[in-house]
Design a protein around this ligand. Structure first.
Ligand code: SAH
Length: 343
């Protein structure tokens, strides 16, 4: 069976062409899929015979809402979706003054092993398909009734560990006949998978690259992020500089502030030194307390920000949303897993 929503419009057109259908049918089917139709039966402008043929050869993914929590504080909605095979993934919808942003997952679980992150505790189960990433945007929009204008690939999973599916998802969600979300409204975050950064640089997309830095020195970074043993922070920064050279685009560095681990002034100085030569932006994140982790939130966020700014680096402190609904970093999925006693 073909996962038809993971196909581009051209691929659907080719498939139907092979069945003797005219070219415009591909566009019709693509449009239906990207409006959230869940059955070929509902594609009312296709012949009965074609609908049947499609249903025999293809399936349409459609997650169901396993849980939905809405913050009373700021309207953030957190979805736990159940996928076709029973696995669950998280999606978060946030309201900002510039529009609605959806934070989507790229994998079921994660194998990157960052020591402070709840998403990786039980490891990776599998990659998400392009359709399953698209569905998070599509069905969040349909369920909430809020128009989504921005996407961040900052949910569960490492996008660069599922690169081909992620790139295909970007092409789908960006399509003018589909959700038509502009690349400038999309951010992709990586823990520092260097070949992924280079591949993205070659594509020269208009999206924003975020790099989860969390420590500028090799010793600390290896301690909290195993990926640093494969791609050392010096190599990572070399890739970031290459990315800037090729694309001219500013990189956003994510930095979760951990008490006594990465919040020393010398580390701010080292960040500035490594960023020098390109316009970098540092986004300081107050650490979310993860029950299973020994790390505590830093009390030096403001001082660290000042120190960075003293070197001419722009640094912001991320505002926390959904504080009343476990809205961050794999916490809802873990909770549901514990309660169900599985996965
Ligand atoms: N795997 C990708 C995409 C996930 S983005 C990446 O690492 O970039 C999720 C972001 O939240 C990452 O920057 C991650 O490091 C950060 N994060 C994870 N656990 C956190 C915690 N307990 N507190 C604050 N930020 C955290």
């Amino acid at each position: 069976m073909i996962d038809i929503k993971s196909l581009t419009m051209e691929e659907i057109t080719d498939l139907l062409h092979g069945w003797g259908e005219p070219a415009f049918r591909g566009r019709q089917v693509f449009t239906w899929l990207h409006r959230g139709v869940t059955s070929f039966e509902d594609m009312s402008n296709l012949s009965k015979a074609l609908r049947q043929k499609l249903a025999e050869a293809c399936y349409i993914t459609a997650p169901t809402v396993a849980r939905r929590q809405e913050s009373a504080l700021d309207g953030t909605i957190k979805y736990l979706w159940r996928l076709g095979d029973g696995n669950c993934i998280e999606t978060v919808l946030m309201q900002y003054h510039h529009g609605n942003t959806v934070c989507i997952s790229s994998q079921v679980g994660c194998r990157m092993g960052c020591a402070f992150c709840a998403s990786t505790i039980a490891g990776k189960v599998r990659d998400l398909t392009p359709s399953e990433m698209l569905d998070q945007v599509l069905f969040t929009q349909l369920d909430s009734g809020r128009d989504i204008s921005n996407i961040v690939l900052m949910g569960i999973g490492e996008p660069m560990d599922n690169r081909e599916n992620v790139l295909r998802f970007l092409e789908l969600v960006n399509h003018p006949e589909g959700m038509n979300i502009g690349m400038r409204h999309i951010s992709l975050s990586t823990c520092g998978v260097v070949p992924g950064i280079d591949a993205l640089a070659d594509l020269n997309l208009q999206l924003t690259l975020s790099v989860s830095l969390h420590a500028p020195d090799s010793e600390t970074r290896s301690r909290i992020m195993p990926v640093n043993k494969a791609y050392d922070v010096e190599e990572l920064f070399a890739a970031c500089h290459r990315y800037f050279q090729k694309t001219g685009r500013r990189i956003s560095f994510e930095y979760a502030m951990i008490d006594g681990v990465n919040d020393n002034d010398w580390q701010a100085d080292l960040i500035a030194k490594r960023i020098k030569g390109m316009p970098g932006h540092v986004n300081l994140i107050p650490l979310n307390d993860v029950v299973e982790s020994p790390f505590k939130p830093s009390r030096r966020v403001a001082a660290f920000q000042k120190r960075l700014e003293s070197h001419g680096i722009t640094a912001t402190v991320r505002r926390s949303l959904g504080g009343d609904i476990d809205a961050s970093c794999g916490q809802l999925r873990r909770k549901a897993m514990e309660e169900e006693g599985k996965r």
